[in-house]
Design a protein around this ligand. Structure first.
Ligand code: NAD
Ligand code: UD2
Length: 309
């Protein structure tokens, strides 16, 4: 029996490369479409079952070639930096919305229906103080990044109703793990804190450190994405991906200190403009449809694995 092929857009990136590894382990053929704008070839294993197409999902010729004869698509390609979308709304719009529409058109022509899409908690904006956010919370995208994620959700639903597309939409909260790039001041806070702690460089906390996030270790997210790619039938309602657990930056620093045995200087400065103070996912809808790894990778275990301890 020929092995099924899954297309992973953004597969050379942080989350995408972990999904590629899981697909290979499950005996899929994997096709990656990535323009290497932030992704890296070295994130991908050298494996006969991985094909890398270096190109832009927004390019109709490229994406039509990439969708040929695949069983499902994981659409992770995007400019994931909120700041980049603020600085260059038109440029990032190509990757964060036009690309999604081009992909939908290509899937329609290639008769491919299942698409698993990486949306973001950003669609909720600054959603209330501290309580868990459920999927029916009013959407309040505050940035071009968030607006393009929400618009992508609406386009996927249009292609479902009009052309039989079979989308599974996840709103990722804060994902962390190996290969998350710490090089930008806007990289994920855990990638920045752990890299600087390992190098003994001072850490900057924007605010008092009591701000909280719902952190998900990348391998736990990938376990959900794998189920969504393989499920015979899938719900089309967007689902939050989080643990409904709030971890503050100060707690994060305490755990890093416990795992590493030391911590560099920590400077507390003013909060970032527009920063969300508390973010936590009501994940009941996800738990209804998917089996989560039990136990979920808790912060101490996730940081231990990330820090190689
Ligand atoms: P990442 O930057 O590592 O991965 C994005 C990948 O997409 C990169 O490999 C990049 O080169 C590629 N890419 C970007 N634009 C492209 C284009 N036009 N054509 C082809 N490839 C393109 O970021 P990540 O953290 O792995 O994010 C993966 C997805 O998850 C993104 O859609 C992001 O918005 C979403 N997400 C991530 C988080 C998080 O906490 N990391 C939270 C919410 C949503
Ligand atoms: C995440 C996403 C963003 C968007 C948003 C929606 C990432 C990297 N960011 O932003 O794309 O989806 O969620 O809610 O995926 N911080 C410090 N010091 C540092 C770095 C960060 O104090 O050196 C703080 C930062 O001000 C914020 C918290 O850490 O209060 C988390 O920052 P983040 O960029 O990791 O994640 P977030 O939730 O702000």
């Amino acid at each position: 029996m020929t092995q099924p092929t899954v297309l992973v857009t953004g597969g050379a990136g942080f989350i995408g490369s972990h999904l590629v590894e899981a697909l290979l382990a499950d005996n899929f053929l994997v096709r990656v479409l990535d323009n290497l704008s932030t992704g890296k070839r070295e994130n991908l294993p050298h494996h006969p079952n991985v094909e890398l197409i270096v190109g832009d999902v927004a390019d109709p010729n490229v994406v039509q070639r990439a969708t040929q004869h695949c069983q499902a698509v994981a659409h992770l390609a995007a400019v994931a930096s909120v700041q980049a979308s603020v600085d260059d709304p038109i440029g990032t719009h190509q990757s964060n919305l036009v690309a999604t529409i081009q992909l939908c058109e290509a899937m329609r022509a290639a008769n491919v229906s299942r698409i698993v899409f990486a949306s973001s908690a950003a669609v909720y904006g600054n959603h209330g103080e501290g309580q868990a956010v459920d999927e029916d919370t009013p959407k309040a995208p505050l940035t071009p990044y968030a607006a393009d994620k929400l618009a992508s959700e609406y386009y996927l639903d249009f292609y479902r109703r009009q052309h039989g597309l079979d989308p599974v939409i996840f709103r990722f909260f804060n994902i962390y793990g190996p290969r998350q790039d710490p090089s930008s001041p806007y990289s994920g806070v855990i990638s920045i804190f752990t890299e600087r702690a390992q190098k003994g460089l001072p850490i900057t906390v924007f605010g008092d450190g009591h701000q909280t996030r719902d952190f998900v270790f990348v391998q736990d997210l990938v376990a959900v994405l794998m189920q969504a790619l393989k499920a015979p039938r899938a719900t089309h309602q967007p689902m939050n991906v989080g643990w409904n657990q709030a971890t503050s930056l100060n707690q994060l620093l305490q755990i890093i200190q416990r795992v590493l045995g030391h911590l560099p200087t920590v400077d507390y400065t003013t909060p970032r403009p527009g920063d969300i103070r508390h973010s936590r996912a009501n994940n009941e809808r996800l738990l209804t449809h998917y089996r989560l790894p039990t136990p979920a990778t808790d912060m101490h275990e996730g940081l231990r694995r990330l820090l190689g301890k």
